[in-house]
Every structure is written in C-alpha cells, then in structure tokens.
Design a protein around this ligand. Structure first.
Ligand code: NAD
Ligand code: UFG
Length: 337
C-alpha cells in the first residue's frame, strides 16, 4: 500500500488515480485544510483499487504512528503542505511549521516504521529568479520567499538523510506549472477564494465567475511581452510520480527531476488557447508586473526522460480542454459535504 499525504489536494488526487490505474492500493492522509471530503467520494468513483482515508495532520505523531501501524505501507508520496507564495510572506512560521516541520515528523515516522521510499513534491520555485531557460536540475538554487525556502530546506534535509543512510530511496520532483484536470471531469483544481494562479483564473473568467483577467506585465523580454511558463498537464505530472516510484523501486538512490514539458507558453497564448477550446471570450487587461515574477521559466526535460523514461504527452489544447470540462461541470468546485 502507498501512503499519499495531501492526497485530497489538486496534484495528490490526480496522482492517486494514476497510482490506482497502475494497480496500487492507497491510503490518503490529509487534514482537509485546503481540500474537501467530496474529493474522496469522487476518487472512489474513478479509482479501480482500494482508497483508504485517514483524516489527520502530518505533524501529529500519534496519527502517523497509527497510520503506519494500521496499513502495510511500502512507500510514501508526500504532497501535504502549504503552497501560496503571498501567504507565506505574511505567515512564514506556519509555512516552516507545516512544510518543514511536517516533513520532519513524517520522516521520523517513516524511520520508525522502516519505510524508506519517498517521493517528494518540490517545485521549480527552487530555481529562484533564474530566467536562463531551459532550466536544468543542476542549476543553482535560491529562494525568493518563505514558501520557496521551505522547499529548499526540505530538499536539503532529504539529501542529508540519504547521505546518512543510502538505504533510503528518495525522489525530489520539481514541478513546473501544473494545470488541467482528469479527463472524467470528476476531479480538478478547486482554489479557495481568488485564484492566485493563471489557469484557474482564466477558467473562472470563462465560466462567468470573474469579469476579467489582469495580465501581470506586458513588457517582458518575451515574444509578446507577457511571462512564459511551462504548463504541464496534471495527469502527465501524476504519471511522472508513478514513473518516479518505479524508478526508485528499480534502482534505488536519490533522484532529482524536473517535471515539465520543456516548452514555454505566454500568458496571451494561454488565454487564446483556452478561449478557442471553451468558445468563450476571455476579457483581459494588461496591468503592472507582479512583484517577484520572472520573465520566463521552463524545464530542461532530458533528465526525466533519461532516468524515468517519462515525458509529458499532453498538449496545451488538452490542458485547456480538460480544465474547461472540470470547470463547466463543476462551476462552484466540489460540493461541501
Ligand atoms: P493542495 O493545497 O491542493 O494540496 C495539498 C493537500 O495537503 C491539501 O489537501 C491539504 O488539505 C493537505 N495538507 C496541507 N497541510 C497538511 C498537513 N499538515 N497535514 C495533512 N494534510 C495537509 O496543493 P497541490 O497544488 O496539490 O500541491 C501539492 C504539493 O505540490 C505541495 O507540496 C506543493 O507545494 C507542491 N507544488 C505545487 C505546485 C502547484 O502549482 N500546484 C507547484 C509546485 C509544487
Ligand atoms: N499571471 C497573470 N495574471 C494572473 C495570474 C498569473 O498574468 O492573474 C501570470 C504571471 O505573471 C505569470 C504567469 O501568469 O507570468 C503564471 O503565473 P502563475 O501564478 O500561474 O504561476 P507562477 O509560475 O508565477 O507560480 C508558480 C507556482 C508557485 C511557484 C512558482 C515558481 O504557483 O507556487 O510557480 O515555481 F512558486
């Protein structure tokens, strides 16, 4: 059985489907701080294998001990954490507590239970303000906010752990910009409040929940002046986790891998692609740059292909079509239960 922390969240839930499709039984541990119980019902609809659920916090030792004692866990996929950059500037302590403190609790429980296979959700944010693209894994790392620094700390903790005992099998996966939804339209991204990220914002404008999109900056040194990002379909990302788990089971070691497509898409290109797929107009206005944004960020993807045999398959039009299906079929996100 695989333990999935944060498995009711956006990326974790999609990864549960891919793991289940690959024949794995799962137990999800989530405190529902940024997700709803309805996700579990939807997952049980679409996952072919067993999906167990424990409501609890990764910082709670008793909960972790119970989970490891109850289920025969062979590996952990660790998504649980806080992820909002702006919020992390306002509440750094809760970011370090949840992300770094939570990971330490998890690692202690894994050590006690002799479970030493871990796939960790890192982020392209560890490349700081690097705009030299495509970005390879051996690029220098830095942080521009407490969220990013929490990912740097955790990456370093995992490296120290592996150095201390190379029986550990650890993958540090650096996601670029996950978007889209499962093709069933049953699960997807359900941000609380005003979306901070581009794709969910566009989708809410298209469905009529918001009037227009603010495009942050039209004077970047890019082909149309707007920021370029590496949008990657969340199901490709999910399959990347299955590949990483297999890679660890096959060869062990510590892997550090970018998960992206290797292609940069501008804000205006994404607006156009979404508009085409949804057949809706997306009104927008170009405003000031957002503080802390880089002009461009996209992944060097050769390493993922070489060591995991994984490559993103889905196109930008698939990302928009699947995101749109989820949005139109669930205009208010998941129901409260
Ligand atoms: P999400 O907020 O949708 O999912 C995180 C889940 O973890 C939520 O269900 C939340 O309730 C749960 N959680 C949070 N703290 C917890 C705790 N202490 N104990 C138990 N459960 C807890 O986020 P996501 O977009 O699915 O991201 C998953 C991971 O990927 C995060 O670690 C995030 O930093 C990382 N990541 C996300 C992105 C992105 O753009 N979405 C990019 C790079 C990296
Ligand atoms: N953008 C807009 N309008 C919006 C939202 C975003 O124009 O309303 C633009 C941004 O300026 C940027 C692009 O759309 O050019 C993508 O922005 P996102 O916020 O969707 O994504 P980022 O690449 O800025 O941020 C993501 C994650 C962060 C992470 C960062 C670096 O959301 O958590 O990548 O890895 F820190």
């Amino acid at each position: 059985m695989i333990l999935v922390t944060g498995g009711l969240g956006y990326i974790g839930s999609h990864t549960c489907v891919s793991l289940s499709d690959a024949g794995q039984d799962l137990v999800i541990l989530d405190n529902l701080s940024n997700s709803k119980a309805a996700v579990l019902e939807r997952l049980r609809e679409i996952c072919p294998n067993v999906v167990q659920f424990e409501k609890g916090d990764i910082r709670d030792k008793a909960t972790l001990t119970r989970v490891f004692n109850t289920f025969k866990i062979s590996a952990v996929l660790h998504f649980a954490g806080l992820k909002a950059v702006g919020e992390s500037n306002k509440s750094p302590i809760s970011y370090y507590d949840n992300n770094v403190g939570g990971t330490l609790c998890l690692l202690e429980a894994m050590t006690a239970a002799a479970v030493r296979t871990l796939v960790f959700s890192s982020s392209a944010t560890v490349y700081g303000d690097c705009s030299d693209v495509p970005i390879p894994e051996d690029n220098s790392r830095s942080a521009t906010n407490p969220y990013g620094r929490s990912k740097l700390f955790i990456e370093d903790i995992l490296a120290d752990l592996y150095a201390s005992d190379n029986q550990w099998r650890i993958a540090r996966l650096r996601y670029f910009n996950p978007v889209g939804a499962h093709e069933s339209g049953r699960i997807g991204e359900d941000p609380v409040g005003v979306p901070a990220n581009l794709m969910p914002y566009i989708a809410q404008v298209a469905v009529g929940h918001r009037e227009q999109l603010n495009v942050f900056g039209g004077d970047y040194p890019t082909r149309d002046g707007t920021g370029l990002r590496d949008y990657v379909h969340v199901m490709d990302l999910a399959e990347g986790h299955v590949a990483a788990l297999r890679g660890l089971q096959r060869q062990g070691g510590m892997l550090t891998v970018n998960l992206g497509t290797g292609r940069g898409t501008s804000v205006l290109e994404l607006i156009n692609a979404f508009s085409l797929v949804s057949q809706r107009e997306i009104p927008y206005k170009i405003v000031e740059r957002r503080l802390g944004d880089v002009a461009q960020s996209y992944a060097a993807v050769g390493h993922a292909e070489q060591i995991l045999g994984w490559k993103a398959k889905r196109q930008l039009s698939d990302m928009c079509a699947d995101h749109w299906r989820w949005q139109i079929e669930n205009p208010d996100g998941y129901p409260e239960s």
